[in-house]
Ligand binder design. Sequence first.
Ligand code: NOJ
Length: 537
Amino acid sequence: MIKKWWKDAVVYQIYPRSFQDSNGDGIGDLKGIIQRMGYLGELGIDAIWLSPVYKSPQDDNGYDIADYQDIEPMFGCLDDMEALIAEAKKYNIRIIMDLVLNHSSDEHRWFLEAKKSKDNPYHDYYVWRDGKEGVPPNDMKGVFGGSTWEWVPELKQYYFHQFSVKQPDLNWDNPKVRREIYDMILWWMDKGVGGFRLDVIDQIAKEPDKKITQNGPNLHKYIQEMSRETFQKGDLITVGEAWGATHELAKLYSNPDGSEFSMVFQFEHIGLDQQEGKEKWDLAPLPFLKLKQVLTRWQTEIYNCGWNSLFWNNHDLPRIVSRWGNDKEYRVESAKMLAILLHGMQGTPYIYQGEELGMTNAAYEIEDYRDIETLNMYQERSEQGYTKEEIMNSIHAKGRDNGRTPMQWDDTENAGFTTGTPWIKVNPNYKEINAKSQVNDPDSIFSCYRKLVQLRKEYPVFVDGKFRLLLEDDENIFAYERQNAEQKLVVICNFYGETVEMPLSEEIEDMKLLLGNYKEIKDVTMLRPYEARMYIN
Ligand code: NOJ
């Protein structure tokens, strides 16, 4: 196995708006992150993936970039960014920037030029089609609802946008666009960033005339060129976001020869709670055996020919303890169980802010939501005749704002996130769930995560052990082993709230308990609600 620093690393994702406000405007900022670096050092993480802080009108909370080489004033300035990189370095933490390269903001200088005239040198930086008002080139629908085509009367043309109207798609077929992007990436590398996360990277090589958005024919050609021109000149961690990734594609993305990225985010395990062929809002019961199957196949299929990223949460997803766990009476046990299950696997784990505290979904009224996707869906489905109850159920379960409520630092007003009015309501459970009460408690969810981060560094089997699923057909227990030449690790997790028999007593007979989520084990042969254990020989 090729050695790379990011193979025993753990990444922590920060959604800057919601992490820590330092100036009382109700929005988290870079100085706030600097203030909290000690906390991240304590957790032991190796890198921070920073959701976008570039200059942006914030139509999609920063995923609409108006200047890739400047910082949005609400987050700070370039000096703050440099200070953050330097402060993180003191803790051996690298900063991973979020690159949104499929589209820019419509307020980016390129787009402002592009829409001036058809012969403007920037026109071809975006994707245009001639047409007639009211008759878009085709019926493609955007991710946030509505048509992907927006009419510009002055030009008598439509531009293409896979996300909001304020996020026009960049034209990757134009070599000038690609060069601009590479130069910008090199500029950030020069500033000392440790890596990049590439937003919806599988959508950059779109071919709208053929209705192709994901996995366009030129996708890997463009990624390989970008990697050659930029990433390969440094020792970076790079991770592509690819909702359309299959095992075969993941082998390309994370080819050990380094020709594309270090790894990809694939979402097969995330999509299991939605009805097939429908939207994410159309909920389906959680299929446990399918979850085992899916996670197992990702472990085995790309073993030695690719690299996994391991995650349950991010800023687009609901809180995992509220989905696969139990965020009521077994919140602590189930949050730890889900952590132990994931962190025992092969790949690079990502912890999303607040996950290490067992933060939960928030069930707000529609007025309290801020996310463009949620609000557009509410509007669209109301018009389509869904009941308010149906829509709110979907939002409470899957809305992106579930993961975007402010970080819960302590039990003071606004959970210590801001002295002002937070841009989105704080989850009212912050008095019970907060960092202050957990950091020094050896039995907290935080301490469990800290331990998992350490174990990955201590035992090579976490990094290179071969995965084998145990108890394949068991309807309650998710168990597996990891084996390398020297050691074996066994992870056993009860996924439900009933006590069940633990059929692996022989398997673990001579093994040592590394970590569990209950204080003591009185009966090895039983697993209590959401009980998880990790053994090593
Ligand atoms: C994926 C990001 O994670 C999400 O937050 C964003 O809305 C879309 N890409 C568009 O950039």
